[in-house]
Design a protein around this ligand. Structure first.
Ligand SMILES: Nc1ncnc2c1ncn2[C@@H]1O[C@H](COP(=O)(O)OP(=O)(O)OP(=O)(O)O)[C@@H](O)[C@H]1O
Ligand SMILES: O=C(O)C1=C[C@@H](O)[C@@H](O)[C@H](O)C1
Ligand SMILES: [Mg+2]
Length: 171
């Protein structure tokens, strides 16, 4: 078994929103590694970061991604920082990997109303988001087979853009 689409990108890119829509459109199931980590740890991501630290979260995330890739055959959304793991990047080879890109202004706007993202909870979410994006852009692009810039698109339009690129590449 193997996911039809793996969806990744920074916080607020729309991995969960678009991933769910994409799965519904294809009539397949949706799975999100952030939710799997929460279920395994038995507490919210913000608590894992506070109590156990980011490293502990990344270890749980690496396992959740490996399991999702092995077990799930629908749409699998990864946490925003999953690509920081070299092992995970290797595991993504051979999969259809969708990179949902979003710029700093729109990414901060989309994530601004939530306190659930511990990495963006600092004093200057804008500079934090930009630094995160700069550091990860090469990693997202290393593994992606499809990239959609989502800033000016509604979630349904993002799904359409993903499927249009997929049609072209799977030819
Ligand atoms: N294309 C879009 N246009 C407008 N708003 C969007 C779009 N995609 C997502 N959103 C909104 O942005 C917010 C964040 O979306 P979502 O939770 O899907 O992002 P995510 O990539 O899963 O983030 P995280 O990495 O934190 O899990 C939500 O309020 C969602 O409704
Ligand atoms: O970008 C990140 O590093 C994160 C994104 C979220 O999906 C969660 O996985 C967590 O909040 C960390
Ligand atoms: Mg999400």
């Amino acid at each position: 078994m193997s996911p039809e689409f793996v969806v990744l990108g920074p916080p607020g890119a729309g991995k969960t929103t678009v991933g769910r829509l994409l799965a519904a459109r294809l009539g397949v199931s949706f799975r999100d590694t952030d939710e799997d980590v929460v279920a395994t740890a038995g507490k919210p991501i913000s608590d894992i970061f506070t109590t156990d630290g980011e490293q502990a979260f990344r270890a749980l995330e690496e396992d959740a991604v490996a399991k999702g890739l092995a077990e799930h055959d629908g749409v699998l959304a990864l946490g925003g920082g999953a690509v920081l793991s070299a092992v995970t990047r290797e595991r993504l080879a051979g999969h259809t990997v969708v990179f949902l890109n979003v710029g700093t202004a729109e990414g901060v706007r989309r994530t601004g109303l939530s306190t659930a993202r511990p990495l963006l909870a600092g004093v200057n979410p804008r500079s934090t988001f930009k630094a995160l994006l700069d550091a990860r852009l090469p990693l997202y692009r290393e593994v992606a087979t499809i990239e959609v810039v989502t800033d000016d698109l509604e979630p349904e339009q993002v799904v359409a853009a993903v499927l249009a690129q997929w049609d072209k590449t799977s030819g």
